[in-house]
Each structure stands twice: as structure tokens, then as C-alpha cells.
Design a protein around this ligand. Structure first.
Ligand code: ADP
Ligand code: ADP
Length: 225
């Protein structure tokens, strides 16, 4: 089952200005349900740009992006936001937790923001997710008091709150020590195995990339053959 397809996707920045530059030069890519894929490539090659487009945070300048076979180019920003909330989870290198919130409150954010998720089930679901990432005992700890690895596990729990089909993870282990990085990676792998969630993982860690199902390499705005 196809989750995502890119057809000839191009992206330029500063369109119409003297400094207009194309940074993605025609990307073709498909992702199936349950795939666990590493996205690698040198700094500046276009990985973050590609991730922003796949995550419906930015639009291609040309080409098609289909989610579950449906073209997205004519969708309004509001439609894209709704589709993103239902389909895609995000984990970033700097976890972007709200430090004055507890672990539990951080995981509750997407469930509260969705507005359609039954409010009386929000806390129970957030607690279950914290349990899945091994942090049930830290539900009431302020995010700021958790270790880097624990904070990233809270971010993983939060990314899974809406049961996304696809999680985009931009160097999720980039600022963790080896042990914490392996733990977070194992968590993503387990989620992939148990729920069939697809992952696209930007990483410079070749040890982790080699444990993915497939590696996509971006070089100068193109996918290397
Ligand atoms: P990577 O994630 O692989 O490091 P990026 O997608 O961040 O690559 O960047 C690809 C190219 O696009 C780089 O040359 C970068 O300078 C340029 N770029 C990224 N974001 C912008 C932006 N908002 N405006 C202009 N150029 C950008
Ligand atoms: P049920 O299958 O009984 O309807 P759920 O679908 O909520 O219940 O899943 C049962 C457990 O698995 C819950 O703890 C839930 O948090 C977790 N879970 C289900 N789907 C996902 C998912 N895609 N990602 C993360 N956790 C999930």
C-alpha cells in the first residue's frame, strides 16, 4: 500500500528574485506502508527541504506530491494542515518539547489540538504512549528535568499520538550519546514493527542507516541512483 509518492518534485527558493535558486531538481520517490527508510546525504544537499515538502510544511515549486494516491497541489493550506495532522508525525533533532509542561502534557498537545479526539480519552492515550516509550513513571515530570534521551522519547511518544501513517524524523539521535541514540532508534524500529508505521529518518549515523530497510541518498538536490 502506497503512503506517499513524489513525481518530478522541484523546489526553488526566492522565486522571482535575482537570487532564485533551485535546490531540488526533480525528485521521484515512493514510500509503502511499513517501510523504514534512511535519508542520507551531505549537508546542503536538500534533505531538510525534501522533508518539509513530504511533511506538507512547504509546497513544491513543480511536480506532484500524492498522499494515499491523492494529489495535494490543489489543496488549501487548511486542508494540508488537516491532512498533515492525521497522517504525519514529526520528530526533530532538538525535540522541541515545551519545557514548562510535564511529559504527559507534551504528549497530550496533538490530541488536544486535533479537536475531534474525544477529550475524556486524551489523558489515557497520552499515558499509554508514555508507557510505550518506557516513561510511565515520568508522566508528571517537567520536560526540562528529563535527560536528553528521555526528552527525545517523549518527543517520539508525541509524534505517535495521532497514530500517523508516516513519521518524519530529522536527525532524531543527532545530539544524543551512543546508548541513548540506540535506545531511541530501537523504539522507532519497534513502533514500525508493531504498528506498521512508516518512517523516514534523516541521519548522518551510518551505523543506524545500515539497520534501515532502505537508504535514499540525496546529492545536490537529486536522488543518487
Ligand atoms: P540539508 O538538509 O541536506 O542540509 P537543505 O534542504 O537544508 O539541505 O538545503 C539545501 C539547499 O537549499 C542549501 O543550499 C541551502 O542553503 C538552501 N536553502 C535551504 N533553505 C533555504 C531557504 N529558506 N531559503 C533559501 N535557501 C535555502
Ligand atoms: P484498540 O486497538 O484497542 O482500538 P488502540 O488502537 O488505541 O486500541 O491501540 C492499543 C494500544 O496501542 C494503545 O496503547 C495505543 O496507544 C497503542 N497504539 C495503537 N496504534 C498506535 C500507533 N500507530 N502508534 C503508537 N501507538 C499506537
Amino acid at each position: 500500500e502506497e503512503i506517499l509518492r513524489l513525481e518530478g518534485v522541484r523546489k526553488s527558493y526566492n522565486v522571482g528574485r535575482p537570487n532564485e535558486t533551485e535546490v531540488l531538481h526533480g525528485i521521484d520517490l515512493t514510500l509503502e506502508r511499513g517501510e523504514f527508510v534512511a535519508l542520507i546525504g551531505p549537508s546542503g544537499s536538500g534533505k531538510s527541504t525534501l522533508l518539509n515538502i513530504i511533511g506538507l510544511l512547504d509546497r513544491p515549486t513543480a511536480g506532484n506530491l500524492l498522499i494515499h494516491g491523492v494529489e495535494t497541489s490543489r489543496m488549501s493550506d487548511a486542508e494540508l494542515t488537516r491532512l498533515r495532522g492525521r497522517t504525519i508525525g514529526f520528530v526533530f533533532q532538538y525535540h522541541l518539547l515545551i519545557s514548562a509542561f510535564t511529559a504527559l502534557e507534551n504528549v497530550m498537545i496533538p490530541l488536544v489540538a486535533d479537536r475531534t479526539f474525544p477529550s475524556r480519552e486524551i489523558e489515557a492515550r497520552a499515558r499509554a504512549l508514555l508507557g510505550e516509550v518506557g516513561l510511565a513513571a515520568f508522566a508528571n515530570s517537567l520536560a526540562t528535568n528529563l535527560s536528553g534521551g528521555q526528552q527525545q522519547r517523549v518527543a517520539v511518544a508525541r509524534s505517535l499520538a495521532m497514530k500517523p501513517d508516516l513519521v518524519l524524523a530529522d536527525e532524531p539521535t543527532g545530539n544524543l550519546d551512543t546508548k541513548s541514540a540506540d535506545d531511541v532508534f530501537a523504539l522507532l524500529r519497534r513502533e514500525n514493527r508493531e504498528h506498521g508505521t512508516s518512517f523516514l529518518l534523516v541521519t548522518h549515523n551510518m551505523h543506524l542507516a545500515s539497520q534501515c530497510d532502505r537508504t535514499i541518498q540525496v546529492v545536490d538536490g537529486r536522488i543518487a541512483p
